[in-house]
Design a protein around this ligand. Structure first.
Ligand SMILES: NC(=O)c1ccc[n+]([C@@H]2O[C@H](COP(=O)([O-])OP(=O)(O)OC[C@H]3O[C@@H](n4cnc5c(N)ncnc54)[C@H](OP(=O)(O)O)[C@@H]3O)[C@@H](O)[C@H]2O)c1
Length: 233
């Protein structure tokens, strides 16, 4: 499989690249800082420099041609401005979708976040955190609209609080409206990366919106247990 990863030098992305390389998948890491090229090469990925806040969809599409899937693992990150929550966490996710459509790539896994369904109105909360939650929700809504139009084969993955602890190889994964609910908690970035790979192997998860925390089930088994996860949430 050939996977293009937006935010290719991110903490989840580097782990995803290493795991993908270990099983023989090719990854392309979209980065904005050429100085990160060696790191992503070390992780087994091919670096491509493209600033997702300053690249046109057609230009980005050239780097997606021939890919089997795209993964959005970018984010403005802690300490960024409210404005960049919009330009990265929302707009860059949509840019990747536009580029994917132009390149004929349908499969899209969005790394989103848990508990973003009811973002506060801007007049009630102008904090950077609130801008982040609104941006994540807006990205999800816009991508789901494209998926509903038949343009994307979309899976939305919503991890809980991310940690850099070693992977456990054990997760709890479920649809957002599932019963019992997954419940908020932590999950290692290593385990998130493993779940992303398992989702890419499972086209039946197209359409699913999934909460993810640490748990008791290996990622591939957790994904396999989602039969029917492509039902509307
Ligand atoms: N922190 C949490 O607890 C938590 C929980 C749930 C979900 N999430 C989400 O999970 C996702 C991945 O998390 P992570 O910890 O792996 O993120 P991360 O380490 O902060 O990586 C984000 C990547 O996005 C890149 N990026 C930012 N702006 C860019 C631009 N204009 N063009 C190209 N790349 C750009 C960054 O590159 P630079 O190095 O150039 O800035 C960085 O490599 C994020 O969307 C985050 O919001 C986080």
């Amino acid at each position: 499989m050939r996977i293009v990863i937006a935010g290719g030098h991110g903490k989840i992305a580097l782990r995803l690249e290493r795991q993908a390389a270990a099983r023989g998948d090719a990854t392309v890491a979209l980065i904005r800082d050429p100085a990160q090229s060696d790191d992503v090469r070390d992780a087994g990925a091919e670096p491509v420099v493209a600033d997702l806040e300053a690249t046109a969809p057609g230009e980005l599409a050239e780097h997606l041609t021939g890919a089997d899937a795209v993964v959005f693992a970018a984010g403005a990150g802690p300490g960024s401005t409210a404005e960049r929550k919009g330009t990265v966490d929302r707009d860059a996710a949509l840019l990747l979708a536009d580029a994917a459509a132009a390149a004929g790539v349908r499969r899209y896994v969005l790394v989103s976040a848990m508990n973003i369904d009811s973002p506060p109105a801007v007049e009630d909360d102008d904090s950077v955190w609130a801008h982040y939650v609104r941006a994540k929700k807006a990205a999800e809504d816009a991508l789901r609209a494209r998926a509903d139009d038949g343009v994307l084969d979309l899976t939305i993955l919503r991890p809980g609080r991310l940690t850099d602890d070693p992977g456990t190889g054990l997760v709890r994964l479920g649809t957002v409206d599932g019963q019992p609910p997954v419940g908020y908690g932590e999950v290692t970035r290593e385990d998130v990366a493993a779940v992303v790979l398992a989702l890419l192997d499972a086209p039946a998860t197209t359409g699913a919106v999934l909460d993810l925390v640490g748990g008791t089930v290996p990622p591939a088994q957790a994904v396999a247990a989602l039969s029917g996860a492509n039902a509307p949430r």
